[in-house]
Ligand binder design. Structure first.
Ligand code: ACO
Length: 332
């Protein structure tokens, strides 16, 4: 017998970025690049970089705290904390355990999830399923990354792209017809080598050789990731929409992964969405990986762009290679 599912959605959001701003002008002094190249190829003007004593969990906990406040949920009421990240504080314990401690969410189970820049939407999907089933009541979902720690600051083809940050959402039961309507998640593992940190795990543990070879940095074939992103953003959004009987024209607010303005613009055109429905903050933060979508969602919310009843589309792609899209009807 099929069990009746209850609707689940987002109760509140929050974000955190480090104070330090690194501008394109700063980068011009570090590598052979220019503000003009970075702006026209990526849309990025500046990004945030953590202080020497900050780690992923610090940003994650602050974003989580703000989301709990917005949702009016006490940390002790949380049943589950999921942190999506590819830059955990340490291999273990999980960053979600550190965040659980920092928040005082003593009653929550925790785990980390690794799906690159798609991680937040992957985690949101898991959280919503957990609440829909009745197994959990309140789940904190966080996307947090400190890519500056795994960026080769002498490689102009990658170092201009990334920034640090965290975004969070509290997921709980919502009224009938609201919440998460559909998702489309996927991966093409055969293309994983286009975006990887080659060393530091069980395949190539840290050694003098891996360090000298720069294998603890992000290695990316940017043009291959670009082609994948442009194709998948439109495809996955259409699949999610079809699952809940909607069309691109039904989207009120489109929140894409903030990797590159040209990727966002290509996706927007493929879906034929008008510019005023697309939220963009890539100029301020660069690509913050798993934090990008929840930061954009939080800024769109607080900026008054999202109203109760709106159809909100979240869509991302990232290391894996992975993709993820989600369609929400906003409201509690
Ligand atoms: N400044 C100046 N010149 C540069 C820079 C720079 N920062 N970086 C590269 N160049 C040069 C290259 O050397 C090349 O020169 P050449 O023609 O003499 O060889 C030229 O600019 C063009 O380089 P391309 O790589 O072809 O530039 P492209 O237009 O493809 O843009 C970019 C590169 C921005 C990286 C693009 O491919 C992209 O955005 N890819 C997707 C990346 C992405 O989103 N990754 C994140 C995935 S999500 C995650 O999980 C982290």
């Amino acid at each position: 017998m099929m069990r009746q599912l209850r609707p689940a959605g987002i109760w509140g959001t929050g974000m955190s970025v480090p104070e330090k701003i690194l501008t394109n002008a700063d980068l011009e002094k570090m590598v052979d690049t220019s503000d003009e190249w970075i702006t026209t190829r990526t849309g990025i003007k500046e990004r945030r970089i953590v202080a020497i004593d900050q780690a992923t969990s610090d940003l994650a906990a602050e974003a989580g705290r703000k989301a709990l406040l917005a949702a009016r949920v006490d940390p002790l009421e949380l049943d589950l904390v999921i942190v999506a990240t590819v830059t955990p504080d340490v291999s273990f314990p999980a960053t979600s355990c550190i965040v659980q401690m920092q928040l005082g969410a003593d009653n929550a189970a925790t785990f980390d999830l690794s799906a690159g820049c798609s991680g937040f939407v992957y985690a949101l999907d898991v959280a919503v399923r957990a609440v829909e089933s009745g197994a959990y009541d309140r789940v904190l979902v966080i996307g947090a990354d400190v890519l500056s720690r795994i960026t080769d600051w002498t490689d102009r083809s990658t170092c201009v792209l990334f920034g640090d940050g965290a975004g969070a959402a509290v997921v709980g039961p919502v009224g009938e017809g609201r919440g998460l309507l559909a998702t489309d998640l996927g991966a093409v593992g055969a293309q994983g080598h286009y975006l990887t940190m080659p060393a530091g795990g069980s395949r190539r543990p840290p050694s003098l050789e891996t360090i000298e070879g720069g294998e603890h940095y992000i290695h990316m074939q940017g043009n291959e990731v670009f082609k994948f992103a442009v194709r998948i953003m439109g495809e996955t959004t259409k699949r999610s929409l079809a699952k809940c009987g909607l069309k691109p024209e039904d989207i009120d607010v489109f929140i894409p992964h903030q990797a590159n303005i040209r990727i966002i613009e290509a996706a927007r055109r493929r879906l034929d969405i008008s510019e005023d429905k697309v939220f963009i903050n890539v100029q301020l933060y660069g690509n913050t990986s798993a934090a990008s979508i929840p930061i954009a969602l939080d800024e769109a919310m607080r900026g008054g762009m999202i109203e109760p009843g709106d159809i909100v589309a979240l869509v991302g792609f990232g290391a894996g290679l992975t993709w993820a899209s989600a369609i929400l009807k906003w409201g509690r």
